[in-house]
Design a protein around this ligand. Sequence first.
Ligand code: NAD
Ligand code: ZN
Length: 346
Amino acid sequence: MQTTMDALVKTERGKGLTLSRVPVPVPQRGEVLIKIHKTAICGTDVHIYNWDPWSEKNIIPPMTIGHEYVGEIAALGEGVTDYTLGQRVSGEGHIVCGHCRNCLSGNGHWCKFTKGVGVNRDGAFAEYLCIPSANVRPVPEDISEEIVSFFDAYGNAVHTATEFNVTGEDVLITGAGPIGVMAAGICRHNGARRVVVTDVNPYRLSLAKKMGASAVVNPVEQSLENIMREQGLVEGFDVGLEMSGSGAAFNQMLRTMRNGGKVALLGLLAPGTVIDWDNVIFKGLTLQGIYGRKLFETWYKMIAMIQSGLDLSPVITHRFHYTEFNQGFEAMNSGMSGKVILDWNK
Ligand code: NAD
Ligand code: ZN
């Protein structure tokens, strides 16, 4: 087997990534080596590529980045018996401690000691990735590799969109990034009556429409309240999924929720974001923060929903070879993109 490989490495503090030759990791006890077939670019990767203030604080170069991927088992570390060589897998990007109170109660997504693949340790934008076997997720062959390549982000959408029951409900999704767009499809699949999606980017609103949104709204140009009337909403939205990270969008959501409504918050709101608490307290709203994916209930539903007919293909807008990674990041930075996939076949 080869001993060195290509990888996209943040070699130093600053903008960009370098396609480098690095050693192939050797799986230690309890770990597996995955040969990467395809990866997808996440917003977090874009932050690291652009070297924004969050990256400045959290990323320690040199490090291979990336955490959305599909591949096959290439080697098993000592003591790993659950997987076979060549088996098709993806993996959970949060490596949790396994013995804190939350981990032991089945709430590993709230583990205080989480380490992120491609954030706190070498990631998946490489020919090979090494992770603990507990993080490996086998994925059936009837789901296309392109779709599996962004299961991590799809999992964020599933976790948020299944936090509250949407069957027969009217749902507002603020933010039509890749995750909001997928959430629109998930809500329709799960029987929501109306799914209204807002974004300030028309390209992204068109993706939400393709994924089955009942109506899309650009709040800069249109009145959400008018669209609600057109859609037959009387008391407001029953369920809100905040997926923009915009304080303006979150406040608009709080204003348009019905009394007793439920809001799941995935978008990362800026520190100091101000809301009108009257809209929470007098309306009796429930607010739930969402982090990552439930281990591993979300993964179970992700696979099951695709097998029951959920089609995520409209969210894929760009495909590049890994050597063209700069074009991939350019597409992500342009805002004129959904999921951008990098192929790691030679
Ligand atoms: P994204 O940045 O691609 O999408 C956000 C969208 O919100 C953009 O299309 C943007 O145009 C839109 N937006 C901006 N202002 C708006 C406004 N006023 N009204 C409506 N829309 C507005 O992000 P993504 O990758 O789809 O992820 C969605 C959010 O979830 C991001 O904030 C991301 O940081 C966050 N996130 C959180 C977790 C978690 O575990 N909590 C995991 C992944 C992503
Ligand atoms: Zn833990």
